[in-house]
Design a protein. Sequence first.
Length: 116
Amino acid sequence: MTEEHPLQAQSPYAASKIAADKLVESFHLSFGVPAVTLRPFNTFGPRQSARAVIPAVAVQALSGTTVNLGATRPTRDFVFVDDTADAFLGAAAVPGIEGMTLHFGGGREVSIGDLA
């Protein structure tokens, strides 16, 4: 998915993310607020909700139970939380990107089945 991909919310959560992006964009365009919209792919790391796929798989595996997954074919690009933080800090230091929307990830597509 590129930064130019049409924004089509499939859930209230997705709609709230689109609304937040548009609010940032409106402040940039209306008031000149220097803003960049960053869209990280699947961030993971310490203190993540146990409902997310990586902690859910880890908890099941460590408990010795069978790892139960839904669909195993969907793919994700995971990015560690420290790298996500570095991307946000780095974007703040790059001149000339105000008003842009940027996606970022770890650069490796992994299926949920392969992850497990």
